[in-house]
Design a protein around this ligand. Sequence first.
Ligand code: AMP
Length: 368
Amino acid sequence: MSGVDIADSAMAAPPNVPISDVSQAQGKPAFVAPRTYLDQTRPVVPPTPLSAVDREQMEGLRTIRAFLKVRTSYDVLPLSFRLIVFDTSLLVKKSLNILIQNGIVSAPLWDSKTSTFAGLLTTSDYINVIQYYWQNPDALARVDQFRLNSLRDIEKALGVTPIETVSIHPERPLYEACRKMLESRARRIPLVDIDDETHRTMVVSVITQYRILKFITVNIKETQKLRKPLRDLPHVGTYSDLASAFMDTPVMDVIHMLVQKNISSVPILDKDKTVINVFEAVDVITLIKGGVYDDLNLSVGEALLKRSDDFPGIYTCSMQDQLSTIYDTIRKSRVHRFIIIDEDSRLKGVLTLSDILEYTLLEGEADE
Ligand code: AMP
């Protein structure tokens, strides 16, 4: 430190604190470092010691992260699986029927002209078609003729985010796949490899947030260490500015909410704010099944009647629930979100798989 610094810091000392007082009070030689004065301007806040539950929670998170760093996306795949890939020249209407017949909600796209992976088709793309039709009702005849490769033009016309093209090599660490998903806000990520013989890209499979979280909870018993209740984790999940609707809300209003907030579900409430259902982005698929865009004048209640009988139901939790029990539920059931309710079943918040994944990967990361 130069002499100039000492002079500057002495000037910064409170006027009623003589230099000698500071050093004598500390029982130290009368040598004063500039920091002594600088520190006086800031209150010294000792770090709050972590509670046993906090420590255990961090240990649990570290174990999960270490596991994700030594596993690859390949490890998540079952021994045998099927993959449905759509050629980009397929009619949008046909693609809908294929999704419904196979009980899936997304598919990788393949451009057979260039023999390349062309992105992932998801419910957001169908929502874009709905919005396009809604804004241009006289385009219905054309909507019927839309092929998957015209989706980009629709997205351009609407000025919305284009088809998701993020992907990862299946041999990269799973941790990296999760980080990519969080960064792009994608709820699923295609695994894309290069064929050894043809040197062309090859779509291996698609992994979802659900599959990753289930893989964690099936393999890591340390999820049991995540014992902090949600009420002590206020930054996990969303509790304010919640998008919700009523049974008589026009379904188009709810679809707009999904797009505007980039969310995958909207809780449906009773007049007294009790949660009675949830409209999910995947519900749009059955809504426009067979290319019927005229049903968009329905209310949410009417739209929900179109759901198939095997709808698994909605999952709720309370602020008292811990992430360990949330992980237990993920292990046992194919759940995509938890609607957080109070003791009167009123809406308190939303905890989605994105929130759980983000917390599991990133909590305290900046500090470490
Ligand atoms: P999702 O795409 O559904 O995983 O949600 C993305 C983010 O939006 C998460 O942080 C959720 O907590 C939040 N979110 C989900 N649904 C809603 C909603 N209806 N209102 C407000 N935020 C929500």
